[in-house]
Write a protein that binds this ligand. Structure first.
Ligand SMILES: Nc1ncnc2c1ncn2[C@@H]1O[C@H](COP(=O)(O)OP(=O)(O)OP(=O)(O)O)[C@@H](O)[C@H]1O
Length: 579
């Protein structure tokens, strides 16, 4: 392969890694005067279906645009130099980051001191904050995906390392696009790395705080050289019990890490900035006691291949209990069901929908009869008089850089938060077969591979996925984005994805809407299937699994009517009804 120029331009110098979606190479760009080095990431889509492949192509182009934007705006994210498609495979050409990964460093020089851990966290959190401001969840924060670039190349001074985030999950997720057995679009696996991945992310619904969870476990790895699966968990709460392995950590930092890795996202820091603030000595006096723990410079055993072929650090001997923890997370995934994963809550993404059947337009599931709804009929083309996007008064429209809007963590852990139903709305009843998913039960069989979300071989497309018009989002994408907003507690964005008529006639008011959704911990989109569509309207059947705050789970399928709003360039949810 050395003599061959990839895309008539890039000379492959060396393979850097091989993962579940392809390979990563170090290459030189023969069309640059300097023959500068670059990293080429080759990605193979999982689908063999031509219709899905076209969708992958389009998503890949969009994700590449996001990666370009991210890399251009932050020195701690590799720049995207180019992207292309060749013989059915997709390629990203990225800036080569000098240095090694954090995982490699711990393996070679040993665990880090508290000062070093703090320093790295303080340098990484602003990058995560930046990434989240683009409404993107990285989804694969772990020691092997943090490069340490010496600030002074040539000298290796641990304190001066600048962490660089590599390997964003969104592109891999795009490659995982597949056709579900019902003909809808789905993702075949959850993206992330077992152990470092939170339960909600394993279930296909990553939140901003999922990255903070992974970062917290990465920090604990820096301290201990142990991957998350090596720690026991509290059987009652699901929390990872790591403190006894780092006896000399200062209480302040221990508290920060404890909160970052809480099982329930509501108990974590809502934003990267919050976590950064908590690390500052002036905010948390306990943190000011920087206990410099003696550094164990004994190298950590080298990693063995992870399920995705990534060089995740692995224990030399994983205890059965540790394996059980990983399996527990995956068990939760199974319980909730792997669904369509849309990590990026794109600003160009329209559409949203509340669980139809319920009272308020955007509310949690219920087994009660839904309010009478108009039968699903393809709606009229968008009326020119359609009012502009309504911004709820309670939550002003986020600024250009949209901050993550996860809810403030409650004081208590996983409180039953069934809100009072609105007067004119039938409250959702308890799901018939509640399943306890918080905390995860110890699974019987350890699983160290991500299971495919769609167990059956995909069936041919019926009907074809909607054809995007230009850069228009598809109805499927819009539905997915809507629920991503719900899961990210970005209610104002979700509310704006409802047609104004739907807002007033079905949802009651914005407060009702948010109260209802607050009773839902996670909505997992299992399947999105376009039943009929025109350029102006679409009927979409969406199968959802709701995990309530109290751990109960219920499923429902909604028939959603979407209309195209030319003014905002988005699909709006006009009405929903339960099938
Ligand atoms: N921009 C970069 N600069 C320098 N080295 C990089 C860069 N990107 C990746 N690498 C190196 O290549 C290795 C493998 O890359 P990467 O993690 O992106 O893919 P992978 O492990 O092959 O598969 P997967 O995408 O499934 O994780 C990394 O661990 C890192 O050492």
């Amino acid at each position: 392969m050395n003599s061959v120029l990839l895309n008539n331009r890039y000379r492959i110098l060396q393979e850097l890694g091989m993962g579940g979606f392809g390979q990563t190479f170090l290459a030189e760009d023969t069309q640059m005067p300097s023959k500068r080095r670059c990293v080429i990431k080759q990605l193979k889509p999982v689908t063999g279906n031509p219709a899905v492949y076209q969708m992958v192509q389009e998503r890949f182009a969009r994700e590449a645009a996001v990666l370009e934007q991210l890399g251009d705006g932050n020195a701690q994210i590799p720049k995207l130099f180019a992207y292309f498609e060749l013989e059915g495979q997709f390629y990203l050409v990225q800036e080569w980051i000098e240095g090694g990964t954090l995982g490699k460093k711990v393996q070679t020089v040993g665990t880090l001191s508290e000062a070093e851990v703090r320093s790295l966290l303080t340098k990484i959190l602003p990058v995560l904050s930046y990434v989240h401001s683009f409404r993107i969840v990285h989804r694969d924060i772990k020691p092997d995906n943090i490069m340490l670039r010496p600030s002074n190349p040539g000298s290796f001074s641990p304190g001066e390392d600048v962490p660089v985030l590599i390997d964003f999950g969104s592109v891999k997720e795009t490659m995982a696009t597949a056709m579900s057995s019902s003909g809808g679009v789905t993702n075949s696996i959850a993206i992330g790395s077992p152990g470092f991945m939170s339960a909600e992310q394993a279930a296909g619904r990553p939140l901003y705080s999922s990255d903070l969870y992974s970062l917290g476990l990465t920090a604990i790895y820096m301290f201990t050289g142990k991957i998350p699966q090596e720690f026991p968990t509290d059987p009652a709460t699901g929390e990872i019990l790591w403190r006894s392995y780092v006896p000399r950590v200062s209480p302040g930092l221990a508290m920060v890490l404890d909160r970052a890795i809480r099982f329930n996202p509501r108990d974590r820091f809502p934003t990267a900035q919050d976590m950064l603030d908590a690390l500052k000595p002036d905010v948390n006096s306990q943190v000011s006691t920087v206990a410099v723990a003696p550094v164990n410079r004994a190298p950590v055993p080298p990693p063995s291949p992870s399920p995705y072929g990534q060089s995740s650090p692995q224990p030399s001997g994983i205890s059965p209990r540790a394996v059980g923890i990983a399996a527990a997370v995956l068990a939760v995934s199974f319980l909730i069901g792997f669904g369509i994963t849309q990590n990026r809550v794109s600003s160009d993404s329209p559409i949203a929908t509340p669980p139809a059947n319920n009272p308020p337009p955007v509310s949690p599931p219920s087994s009660n009869p839904p309010p009478t709804q108009t039968p699903p009929i393809i709606s009229q083309p968008t009326t020119p008089e359609r009012p502009p996007v309504v911004v709820p008064p309670e939550e002003p429209e986020p600024p250009v850089v949209v901050p993550p809007s996860e809810p403030e963590p409650p004081v208590d852990v996983i409180p039953p938060t069934e809100p009072e139903p609105p007067v004119d709305v039938i409250p959702p009843t308890e799901p018939e077969t509640p399943v306890d998913v918080i905390p995860p039960a110890e699974p019987e069989t350890p699983v160290d591979e991500m299971p495919p979300s769609e167990p059956e071989t995909p069936v041919d497309v019926t009907p074809e996925p909607t054809e995007p018009v230009g850069d228009r989002p598809t109805p499927e994408e819009s539905v997915i984005d809507y629920y991503s907003n719900i899961n990210n507690r970005d209610y104002s964005q979700a509310w704006n994805q409802l047609d104004p008529r739907f807002q007033t006639t079905q949802s009651g008011d914005y407060n009702t809407y948010t109260n209802w959704w607050d009773s839902v911990w996670l909505v997992n989109v299992q399947d999105v299937n376009v039943v009929a569509s025109t350029p102006f309207s679409a009927i979409v059947d969406t199968t959802l699994t709701y995990t309530m705050q109290d751990g109960k789970i219920s499923d429902e399928t909604l028939r959603m009517s979407l209309i195209w709003d030319e003014e905002t360039g988005t699909w709006a949810i006009e009405q929903t009804s339960r099938l």
